[in-house]
Design a protein around this ligand. Structure first.
Ligand code: F6P
Length: 320
């Protein structure tokens, strides 16, 4: 292996830069030529890339987002797009790729691997929804951001004896909502993995909490449930408590990465290059109980991840 490429794809996540940095630095140290590919698979298909050196990744470990930019590329999913990308790799002599992103990005990596370009996936998404990993790059920073935002919302919610219904990101998964809900002491947490009953799980919980003397309430709602405007209106109608809805939005995806995201991203980036140098491709680097491991991409994409129901139960038991 003499030349490799690195790209970020899908939604950006804090810590992606740390992962790119580790790939570039460990690649250079091993004598590889490392290409930084811009805007994910779009840049690969259109040959938008540059050779990176050790200094080209200085002062990026602390920055959120991805300095290589990111994109979701519908064209790359077609055979034509795929062949275009393979042509570019062949012309450049790129023999292996590190793809930092989520499940969608790994599907692209799997398809490229199948067509003879060995790829290693690194899980980068705030959603923590990749089945083979118990943690994904960006998740920790995002959780901390949500916690800080909701702490602020709580100040004003408490000052007015209100109920705030806060929607957090996560696509179809409830990991962010569940853990942020615990960290913020939410009265109720609604996630797509657990069916809920509005009367029992929202109104009754608010009323019970109210009877113990608490006058303000935070309800955390996963994006996969949505509908926070309507929920706030219904809560106000049923309880008489003045209610507000807040969609936190993209503020959750930005910001300087946490220690955990920087360290894990660095370890994963290093590990990915090690695999490529051993001639191993078609793998996803994953974190399991803080250990870095790797899985076959096909296997990884077929794995299922479930929410920790005990954690969900505990969250509600202690939030009264
Ligand atoms: O996957 C990360 C994520 O932020 C999800 O939580 C969210 O559903 C989605 O991306 C938003 O995507 P976009 O930035 O394209 O609106």
């Amino acid at each position: 292996m003499k030349k490799i490429g690195v790209l970020t794809s899908g939604g950006d996540a804090p810590g992606m830069n740390a992962a790119i940095r580790a790939v570039v630095r460990s690649g250079c140290e091993k004598g590889l030529e490392v290409y930084g590919i811009e805007r994910g698979y779009e840049g690969l298909m259109n040959d938008k890339m540059r050779i990176m050196d050790i200094r080209s990744v200085s002062d990026v470990i602390n920055r959120g987002g991805t300095f290589l930019y990111s994109a979701r590329s519908p064209k790359f999913r077609s055979e034509e797009g795929m062949q275009q990308a393979i042509e570019v790799c062949k012309r450049r002599g790129i023999e292996g790729l590190v793809v930092i992103g989520g499940d969608g990005s790994f599907r692209g990596a799997r398809d490229l691997s199948l067509r003879g370009i060995p790829c290693i996936g690194i899980p980068g998404t705030i959603d923590n929804d990749i089945a083979c990993c118990d943690y994904t790059i960006g998740y920790d920073t995002c959780l901390n951001t949500i916690m800080q935002m909701v702490d602020r919302i709580r100040d004003t919610t408490a000052s007015h004896d209100r109920c705030s219904v806060v929607e957090v990101m996560g696509r179809r998964a409830g990991y962010l909502a569940l853990n942020a809900g615990i960290a913020c002491g939410a009265t109720s947490i609604l996630i797509p993995e657990v069916p809920y009953d509005f009367q029992r799980d929202v109104i009754e919980r608010i009323r019970r909490t109210q009877r113990t003397g608490k006058m303000h309430f935070i309800i955390i709602v996963a994006e996969g449930i949505g509908g926070v405007d309507e929920l706030a209106t219904r809560i106000q109608l049923e309880t008489g408590i003045e209610s507000r809805s807040i969609v936190l939005g993209h503020v959750q995806r930005g910001g300087s990465p946490s220690v955990k995201d920087r360290v894990m991203a660095s370890r994963m980036g290093y590990y990915a290059v090690e695999l490529l140098c051993q001639g191993i491709g078609n793998r996803v680097v994953a974190s399991q109980k803080s250990e870095i491991v790797d899985y076959d991409i096909f296997e990884a994409l077929n794995m299922k991840k479930s929410i920790d129901i005990d954690l969900y139960r505990i969250a509600h038991e202690i939030s009264i």
